[in-house]
Design a protein around this ligand. Sequence first.
Ligand code: ZN
Length: 360
Amino acid sequence: MIRCEAVQDRILMRCRRQSLHGALDPASNVSPSCLCLNVADELPRYEGAVASVASELVSDVLRFVPVAIFLIILMGSIAAFASSLTILYTNDIHDRLGSLAGLSELIEQERSSGSPVLLFDSGDTWQDFRVPLYAVWGADKMVAWMNRVKYDAMEIGNHDLYYGADRLAAISSKIEFPVLCSNMVPFPGYKAPYAPYTIIDAGGMRVLVIGVITAEYLSYPDYPWLRYVNPAQAIKQVLSETKGQADFVIVLGHLPVAQAARIARAVPGIDVFLTGHSHEITPQPVRQGKTLIVQAGAFGHYLGRLKLQIDPQSGQITSAANSLLETKKTPVALDRGYLKLFTVAALIATSLLLFVLSSG
Ligand SMILES: [Zn+2]
Protein backbone atom coordinates (compact mmCIF):
# COMPACT_ATOMS: atom_id res chain seq x y z
CA MET A 1 0.00 0.00 0.00
CA ILE A 2 2.75 2.41 1.03
CA ARG A 3 4.79 1.42 -2.03
CA CYS A 4 1.80 1.95 -4.40
CA GLU A 5 1.25 5.40 -3.02
CA ALA A 6 4.96 6.23 -3.37
CA VAL A 7 4.93 5.22 -7.06
CA GLN A 8 1.74 7.17 -7.64
CA ASP A 9 3.21 10.25 -5.91
CA ARG A 10 6.36 10.07 -8.04
CA ILE A 11 4.32 9.96 -11.27
CA LEU A 12 2.02 12.77 -10.22
CA MET A 13 4.99 14.95 -9.15
CA ARG A 14 6.59 14.35 -12.53
CA CYS A 15 3.34 15.31 -14.33
CA ARG A 16 3.00 18.40 -12.18
CA ARG A 17 6.64 19.38 -12.84
CA GLN A 18 6.19 19.08 -16.59
CA SER A 19 2.94 20.98 -16.47
CA LEU A 20 4.29 23.83 -14.30
CA HIS A 21 7.58 24.39 -16.11
CA GLY A 22 6.20 23.72 -19.58
CA ALA A 23 9.37 21.83 -20.30
CA LEU A 24 9.68 18.57 -22.09
CA ASP A 25 11.17 15.79 -20.07
CA PRO A 26 13.88 14.29 -22.26
CA ALA A 27 13.11 10.87 -20.86
CA SER A 28 9.54 10.96 -22.14
CA ASN A 29 7.89 11.87 -25.43
CA VAL A 30 4.80 13.56 -24.04
CA SER A 31 3.38 16.97 -24.58
CA PRO A 32 4.03 19.39 -21.69
CA SER A 33 0.69 21.10 -22.30
CA CYS A 34 -1.58 18.37 -20.99
CA LEU A 35 -1.29 16.75 -17.61
CA CYS A 36 -3.98 14.18 -18.51
CA LEU A 37 -2.17 13.07 -21.62
CA ASN A 38 1.03 12.99 -19.60
CA VAL A 39 -0.48 10.66 -17.01
CA ALA A 40 -2.05 8.51 -19.74
CA ASP A 41 1.31 8.11 -21.39
CA GLU A 42 2.92 7.19 -18.11
CA LEU A 43 0.33 4.43 -17.50
CA PRO A 44 2.29 1.50 -18.98
CA ARG A 45 5.29 2.35 -16.81
CA TYR A 46 2.95 2.96 -13.83
CA GLU A 47 1.23 -0.41 -14.37
CA GLY A 48 4.61 -2.12 -14.59
CA ALA A 49 5.71 -0.54 -11.31
CA VAL A 50 2.42 -1.48 -9.60
CA ALA A 51 2.69 -5.07 -10.91
CA SER A 52 6.21 -5.44 -9.54
CA VAL A 53 5.18 -3.95 -6.16
CA ALA A 54 2.12 -6.24 -6.06
CA SER A 55 4.23 -9.33 -6.74
CA GLU A 56 6.62 -8.27 -3.95
CA LEU A 57 3.65 -7.85 -1.62
CA VAL A 58 2.27 -11.26 -2.53
CA SER A 59 5.60 -12.91 -1.82
CA ASP A 60 5.83 -10.98 1.49
CA VAL A 61 2.34 -12.18 2.47
CA LEU A 62 3.17 -15.76 1.45
CA ARG A 63 6.31 -15.63 3.59
CA PHE A 64 4.23 -14.36 6.51
CA VAL A 65 1.38 -16.95 6.18
CA PRO A 66 3.12 -19.86 7.98
CA VAL A 67 4.14 -17.50 10.82
CA ALA A 68 0.56 -16.18 11.07
CA ILE A 69 -0.90 -19.70 11.11
CA PHE A 70 1.56 -20.69 13.83
CA LEU A 71 0.66 -17.63 15.92
CA ILE A 72 -3.10 -18.26 15.53
CA ILE A 73 -2.71 -21.91 16.60
CA LEU A 74 -0.49 -20.89 19.55
CA MET A 75 -2.93 -18.20 20.73
CA GLY A 76 -5.85 -20.58 20.29
CA SER A 77 -4.16 -23.28 22.34
CA ILE A 78 -3.21 -20.78 25.08
CA ALA A 79 -6.81 -19.54 25.24
CA ALA A 80 -8.18 -23.12 25.30
CA PHE A 81 -5.69 -24.10 28.02
CA ALA A 82 -6.68 -21.15 30.18
CA SER A 83 -10.42 -21.48 29.72
CA SER A 84 -11.16 -25.24 29.84
CA LEU A 85 -11.62 -26.94 33.19
CA THR A 86 -12.92 -30.45 33.90
CA ILE A 87 -14.14 -31.16 37.43
CA LEU A 88 -14.45 -34.83 38.43
CA TYR A 89 -16.43 -35.47 41.59
CA THR A 90 -17.53 -38.23 43.93
CA ASN A 91 -19.54 -38.23 47.17
CA ASP A 92 -20.89 -40.72 49.71
CA ILE A 93 -18.69 -43.61 48.51
CA HIS A 94 -19.21 -45.07 52.04
CA ASP A 95 -16.31 -47.47 51.78
CA ARG A 96 -17.68 -49.31 48.75
CA LEU A 97 -14.29 -50.70 47.79
CA GLY A 98 -15.81 -52.67 44.89
CA SER A 99 -16.35 -49.38 42.99
CA LEU A 100 -12.77 -48.13 43.27
CA ALA A 101 -11.19 -49.96 40.31
CA GLY A 102 -13.99 -48.73 38.03
CA LEU A 103 -13.59 -45.17 39.32
CA SER A 104 -9.80 -45.33 38.79
CA GLU A 105 -10.30 -46.38 35.19
CA LEU A 106 -12.67 -43.48 34.45
CA ILE A 107 -10.44 -40.94 36.24
CA GLU A 108 -7.43 -42.08 34.21
CA GLN A 109 -9.39 -41.75 30.95
CA GLU A 110 -10.48 -38.19 31.78
CA ARG A 111 -6.97 -37.13 32.76
CA SER A 112 -5.59 -38.25 29.41
CA SER A 113 -7.67 -35.53 27.69
CA GLY A 114 -4.92 -32.94 28.25
CA SER A 115 -7.00 -30.05 29.65
CA PRO A 116 -6.80 -29.24 33.40
CA VAL A 117 -8.70 -31.82 35.45
CA LEU A 118 -9.53 -31.47 39.16
CA LEU A 119 -10.81 -34.36 41.32
CA PHE A 120 -12.89 -33.79 44.48
CA ASP A 121 -14.92 -35.75 47.03
CA SER A 122 -17.75 -34.33 49.13
CA GLY A 123 -17.62 -36.68 52.13
CA ASP A 124 -19.08 -39.77 53.82
CA THR A 125 -16.12 -41.49 52.32
CA TRP A 126 -14.62 -44.09 54.67
CA GLN A 127 -17.43 -45.18 57.02
CA ASP A 128 -20.77 -46.94 56.75
CA PHE A 129 -22.79 -48.86 59.38
CA ARG A 130 -24.16 -51.09 56.61
CA VAL A 131 -20.74 -52.62 55.93
CA PRO A 132 -19.39 -53.18 59.49
CA LEU A 133 -16.72 -55.53 58.21
CA TYR A 134 -15.02 -52.58 56.51
CA ALA A 135 -14.83 -50.77 59.87
CA VAL A 136 -11.73 -52.83 60.59
CA TRP A 137 -9.71 -51.94 57.49
CA GLY A 138 -11.95 -50.17 54.95
CA ALA A 139 -10.92 -46.62 55.88
CA ASP A 140 -7.24 -47.37 55.30
CA LYS A 141 -8.04 -48.90 51.90
CA MET A 142 -10.15 -45.88 50.94
CA VAL A 143 -7.43 -43.41 51.91
CA ALA A 144 -4.70 -45.40 50.13
CA TRP A 145 -6.83 -45.42 46.98
CA MET A 146 -7.60 -41.68 47.20
CA ASN A 147 -3.88 -40.94 47.57
CA ARG A 148 -3.11 -43.20 44.63
CA VAL A 149 -5.58 -41.52 42.24
CA LYS A 150 -4.49 -38.12 43.59
CA TYR A 151 -7.62 -36.33 44.73
CA ASP A 152 -7.14 -32.55 44.81
CA ALA A 153 -9.25 -32.06 47.97
CA MET A 154 -12.12 -33.57 49.97
CA GLU A 155 -14.76 -32.43 52.45
CA ILE A 156 -15.43 -34.65 55.46
CA GLY A 157 -18.95 -35.99 55.96
CA ASN A 158 -20.82 -36.79 59.17
CA HIS A 159 -19.99 -40.52 58.76
CA ASP A 160 -16.28 -39.73 58.51
CA LEU A 161 -16.47 -38.43 62.11
CA TYR A 162 -18.09 -41.55 63.60
CA TYR A 163 -14.86 -43.39 64.43
CA GLY A 164 -14.06 -40.61 66.93
CA ALA A 165 -11.52 -37.82 67.15
CA ASP A 166 -8.41 -40.01 67.54
CA ARG A 167 -9.11 -42.14 64.50
CA LEU A 168 -10.12 -39.06 62.49
CA ALA A 169 -6.73 -37.52 63.32
CA ALA A 170 -4.94 -40.79 62.43
CA ILE A 171 -6.79 -41.14 59.10
CA SER A 172 -6.28 -37.46 58.21
CA SER A 173 -2.54 -37.75 58.89
CA LYS A 174 -2.31 -40.40 56.14
CA ILE A 175 -4.15 -38.29 53.55
CA GLU A 176 -1.81 -36.62 51.05
CA PHE A 177 -4.21 -33.90 49.83
CA PRO A 178 -6.22 -31.18 51.66
CA VAL A 179 -9.07 -32.38 53.91
CA LEU A 180 -11.53 -29.52 54.30
CA CYS A 181 -14.30 -28.21 56.54
CA SER A 182 -14.81 -24.52 57.29
CA ASN A 183 -17.89 -24.70 59.53
CA MET A 184 -16.78 -27.01 62.36
CA VAL A 185 -14.49 -24.60 64.10
CA PRO A 186 -12.24 -25.72 66.98
CA PHE A 187 -12.36 -23.75 70.22
CA PRO A 188 -9.21 -21.75 71.04
CA GLY A 189 -6.37 -24.06 72.03
CA TYR A 190 -7.59 -26.95 69.85
CA LYS A 191 -6.49 -27.87 66.37
CA ALA A 192 -8.74 -29.65 63.87
CA PRO A 193 -7.23 -32.31 61.55
CA TYR A 194 -8.57 -30.42 58.51
CA ALA A 195 -8.41 -26.93 56.95
CA PRO A 196 -11.26 -24.52 56.07
CA TYR A 197 -10.14 -24.10 52.44
CA THR A 198 -7.34 -24.54 49.91
CA ILE A 199 -6.26 -22.71 46.74
CA ILE A 200 -5.30 -24.86 43.73
CA ASP A 201 -3.55 -23.82 40.50
CA ALA A 202 -5.48 -25.27 37.54
CA GLY A 203 -3.66 -24.38 34.31
CA GLY A 204 -2.82 -20.92 35.61
CA MET A 205 -6.29 -20.35 37.12
CA ARG A 206 -6.40 -19.90 40.91
CA VAL A 207 -9.23 -22.09 42.22
CA LEU A 208 -10.44 -21.50 45.78
CA VAL A 209 -11.98 -24.68 47.28
CA ILE A 210 -14.03 -24.36 50.49
CA GLY A 211 -15.50 -27.25 52.54
CA VAL A 212 -18.80 -27.21 54.49
CA ILE A 213 -20.83 -29.88 56.29
CA THR A 214 -24.50 -30.37 57.22
CA ALA A 215 -25.60 -30.16 60.88
CA GLU A 216 -27.61 -33.37 60.42
CA TYR A 217 -26.45 -36.49 62.31
CA LEU A 218 -23.25 -34.91 63.58
CA SER A 219 -21.64 -36.78 66.46
CA TYR A 220 -21.26 -33.81 68.82
CA PRO A 221 -20.45 -35.81 71.99
CA ASP A 222 -17.23 -37.08 70.36
CA TYR A 223 -16.09 -33.57 69.52
CA PRO A 224 -16.83 -31.25 72.45
CA TRP A 225 -13.99 -28.98 71.30
CA LEU A 226 -15.74 -28.09 68.02
CA ARG A 227 -18.48 -25.54 67.45
CA TYR A 228 -20.81 -25.69 64.45
CA VAL A 229 -21.11 -22.55 62.30
CA ASN A 230 -23.83 -21.88 59.73
CA PRO A 231 -22.34 -22.98 56.33
CA ALA A 232 -23.28 -19.71 54.50
CA GLN A 233 -21.62 -17.68 57.24
CA ALA A 234 -18.47 -19.84 57.13
CA ILE A 235 -18.20 -19.53 53.32
CA LYS A 236 -18.65 -15.73 53.54
CA GLN A 237 -15.86 -15.61 56.12
CA VAL A 238 -13.47 -17.55 53.82
CA LEU A 239 -14.40 -15.39 50.79
CA SER A 240 -13.59 -12.22 52.70
CA GLU A 241 -10.31 -13.69 54.06
CA THR A 242 -9.16 -14.71 50.56
CA LYS A 243 -10.36 -11.64 48.64
CA GLY A 244 -8.27 -11.10 45.49
CA GLN A 245 -6.47 -14.46 45.83
CA ALA A 246 -8.69 -16.57 43.53
CA ASP A 247 -10.23 -16.51 40.04
CA PHE A 248 -12.79 -19.29 40.57
CA VAL A 249 -14.67 -20.63 43.61
CA ILE A 250 -15.72 -24.25 44.25
CA VAL A 251 -17.55 -25.33 47.41
CA LEU A 252 -17.42 -28.98 48.52
CA GLY A 253 -20.58 -29.33 50.58
CA HIS A 254 -21.57 -32.43 52.50
CA LEU A 255 -25.19 -31.26 52.36
CA PRO A 256 -28.23 -31.69 50.05
CA VAL A 257 -28.79 -29.87 46.74
CA ALA A 258 -31.71 -27.77 48.12
CA GLN A 259 -29.56 -26.53 51.02
CA ALA A 260 -26.73 -25.71 48.59
CA ALA A 261 -29.21 -23.64 46.52
CA ARG A 262 -30.24 -21.67 49.65
CA ILE A 263 -26.57 -21.06 50.48
CA ALA A 264 -25.82 -19.97 46.88
CA ARG A 265 -28.73 -17.48 47.09
CA ALA A 266 -27.28 -16.03 50.29
CA VAL A 267 -23.64 -16.06 49.14
CA PRO A 268 -23.02 -14.77 45.62
CA GLY A 269 -19.59 -15.64 44.30
CA ILE A 270 -19.73 -19.46 44.32
CA ASP A 271 -19.14 -20.83 40.80
CA VAL A 272 -19.57 -24.57 41.42
CA PHE A 273 -21.14 -26.37 44.42
CA LEU A 274 -20.35 -30.11 44.65
CA THR A 275 -22.78 -31.60 47.17
CA GLY A 276 -23.37 -34.88 49.05
CA HIS A 277 -25.12 -36.51 52.05
CA SER A 278 -28.55 -36.83 50.33
CA HIS A 279 -27.41 -39.38 47.69
CA GLU A 280 -29.07 -37.32 44.94
CA ILE A 281 -28.34 -37.63 41.23
CA THR A 282 -28.21 -34.47 39.12
CA PRO A 283 -27.95 -35.37 35.41
CA GLN A 284 -28.18 -31.63 34.71
CA PRO A 285 -26.61 -29.10 37.08
CA VAL A 286 -29.11 -27.21 39.26
CA ARG A 287 -28.62 -23.48 38.64
CA GLN A 288 -28.92 -20.90 41.37
CA GLY A 289 -27.88 -17.52 40.01
CA LYS A 290 -24.44 -18.12 38.54
CA THR A 291 -23.81 -21.19 40.75
CA LEU A 292 -23.93 -24.70 39.27
CA ILE A 293 -24.92 -27.37 41.85
CA VAL A 294 -24.29 -31.09 41.24
CA GLN A 295 -24.19 -34.43 43.07
CA ALA A 296 -23.21 -37.94 41.92
CA GLY A 297 -25.56 -40.30 43.80
CA ALA A 298 -23.74 -42.63 46.21
CA PHE A 299 -21.54 -45.73 46.73
CA GLY A 300 -19.24 -44.87 43.80
CA HIS A 301 -21.87 -45.91 41.25
CA TYR A 302 -20.95 -42.80 39.24
CA LEU A 303 -18.05 -40.51 38.60
CA GLY A 304 -19.45 -37.00 38.11
CA ARG A 305 -17.85 -35.00 35.33
CA LEU A 306 -18.50 -31.28 34.87
CA LYS A 307 -16.78 -29.86 31.76
CA LEU A 308 -16.55 -26.10 31.85
CA GLN A 309 -15.47 -23.32 29.52
CA ILE A 310 -14.46 -20.26 31.51
CA ASP A 311 -13.85 -16.75 30.21
CA PRO A 312 -10.23 -16.10 31.26
CA GLN A 313 -10.88 -12.35 31.60
CA SER A 314 -14.02 -12.37 33.75
CA GLY A 315 -13.71 -15.85 35.32
CA GLN A 316 -17.36 -16.50 34.37
CA ILE A 317 -18.56 -19.91 33.14
CA THR A 318 -19.49 -19.59 29.45
CA SER A 319 -20.60 -23.20 28.94
CA ALA A 320 -21.09 -26.31 31.11
CA ALA A 321 -21.67 -29.98 30.27
CA ASN A 322 -22.39 -32.42 33.11
CA SER A 323 -22.23 -36.21 32.87
CA LEU A 324 -22.55 -39.08 35.34
CA LEU A 325 -20.18 -41.80 34.17
CA GLU A 326 -21.22 -45.25 35.37
CA THR A 327 -18.52 -47.35 37.05
CA LYS A 328 -17.88 -51.06 36.66
CA LYS A 329 -18.07 -53.13 39.84
CA THR A 330 -15.16 -55.32 40.88
CA PRO A 331 -15.28 -58.06 43.56
CA VAL A 332 -13.25 -57.21 46.68
CA ALA A 333 -11.07 -59.71 48.55
CA LEU A 334 -12.43 -59.85 52.08
CA ASP A 335 -9.93 -62.35 53.55
CA ARG A 336 -7.90 -59.68 55.35
CA GLY A 337 -10.99 -58.29 57.08
CA TYR A 338 -12.24 -61.74 58.07
CA LEU A 339 -8.80 -62.65 59.44
CA LYS A 340 -8.72 -59.52 61.62
CA LEU A 341 -12.28 -60.11 62.85
CA PHE A 342 -11.45 -63.76 63.63
CA THR A 343 -8.35 -62.66 65.61
CA VAL A 344 -10.35 -60.09 67.61
CA ALA A 345 -13.14 -62.65 68.28
CA ALA A 346 -10.59 -65.27 69.38
CA LEU A 347 -8.95 -62.77 71.77
CA ILE A 348 -12.32 -61.82 73.30
CA ALA A 349 -13.30 -65.49 73.70
CA THR A 350 -9.96 -66.34 75.33
CA SER A 351 -10.24 -63.35 77.73
CA LEU A 352 -13.77 -64.37 78.70
CA LEU A 353 -12.70 -67.98 79.25
CA LEU A 354 -9.76 -66.88 81.45
CA PHE A 355 -12.07 -64.53 83.40
CA VAL A 356 -14.63 -67.32 83.99
CA LEU A 357 -11.92 -69.80 85.01
CA SER A 358 -10.21 -67.35 87.38
CA SER A 359 -13.48 -66.29 89.06
CA GLY A 360 -14.58 -69.92 89.43
ZN1 ZN B 1 -23.81 -37.79 55.22
